[in-house]
Design a protein around this ligand. Structure first.
Ligand code: ATP
Length: 235
């Protein structure tokens, strides 16, 4: 069934100072889907996530979330609409323990997971709830970084390279987690370098190059488009 768009990015431009980085990004994220942004290093994927989150002041164009225009809103207002970002660098506070890290982001909307539900999804974090952030493995840090945005009430999760640097068995766990979150009704935008992983979790893929979307594939069609994708991604 076709779902209504939850996020509509159209003709989005963004700048770092004088440097023009996004050149008319246009893509749609249907409610309830997992969508990836694929593309080479420096294509503008992270910048797109930051722009959606309102972390880049210099933006032009349109970003509509649930019908509401967000270009021009500061990131705290964007968060309150129900969007959360899990950044590539994860942002775990080393001096806080798991539980303190988990409780850090404010709950902005009703309907987020309860603490008990979060721990049920991440039993490992429950076991380690009094461990300092520094004591966690890379995989545990990534799980914690995702876990803590589930409490906030956000409906749209922006996950920036959640599998980066992690062992295959942990990547698989993150794949299961993403599928579970989709079943729970979250809508997810995923930045990925790992195309194999992306193809196991996503409904559709947008290919980003030089700050714009140059193609889109439904996950069901990727076998038929393998050569084209390989040439885009340089793999
Ligand atoms: P990666 O996977 O390497 O993060 P990406 O597709 O996410 O790639 P971005 O991080 O969005 O790409 O970067 C897009 C462009 O913006 C690159 O040319 C990068 O050098 C530039 N850029 C990124 N961050 C900044 C910044 N803080 N100041 C200036 N230029 C930046």
């Amino acid at each position: 069934a076709a779902h209504r768009p939850l996020l509509e990015v159209s003709d989005l431009h963004a700048y770092y100072g004088e440097s023009h980085v996004l050149h008319g990004m246009t893509f749609t994220v249907p409610e309830g889907e997992v969508v990836t942004l694929l593309g080479r290093n420096g294509a503008g994927k992270t910048t797109t996530m930051r722009a959606i989150m309102g972390m880049l002041k210099s933006r032009k164009g349109s970003i509509r979330f649930d019908g509401v225009e967000t270009v021009g809103l500061p990131s705290n207002k964007v968060a309150r609409l129900g969007i959360a970002l899990c950044p590539e660098e994860r942002g775990i506070f080393a001096g806080l323990n798991v539980q303190e890290n988990l409780l850090l982001p404010p709950v902005v909307k009703p309907g987020g997971l309860s603490d008990a539900e979060v721990y049920e999804l991440f039993p490992r974090l429950l076991e380690r709830r009094y461990s300092q952030g520094t004591k966690l493995s890379g995989g545990e840090q990534q799980m914690l970084a995702i876990a803590r945005i589930l409490r906030t009430g956000a409906k749209l999760l922006l996950l920036d390279e959640p599998t980066e640097g992690l062992a295959p068995v942990i990547v698989q766990q993150i794949g299961e987690l993403v599928r579970t979150l989709k079943h729970k009704g979250f809508t997810i935008v995923l930045v990925e370098q790992n195309f194999h992983f992306a193809s196991t979790v996503a409904d559709r893929h947008y290919v980003v190059e030089h700050g714009r979307v140059i193609d889109m594939f439904r996950n069901d069609d990727i076998e038929a488009n393998r050569d084209k994708l390989a040439s885009y991604l340089g793999v």
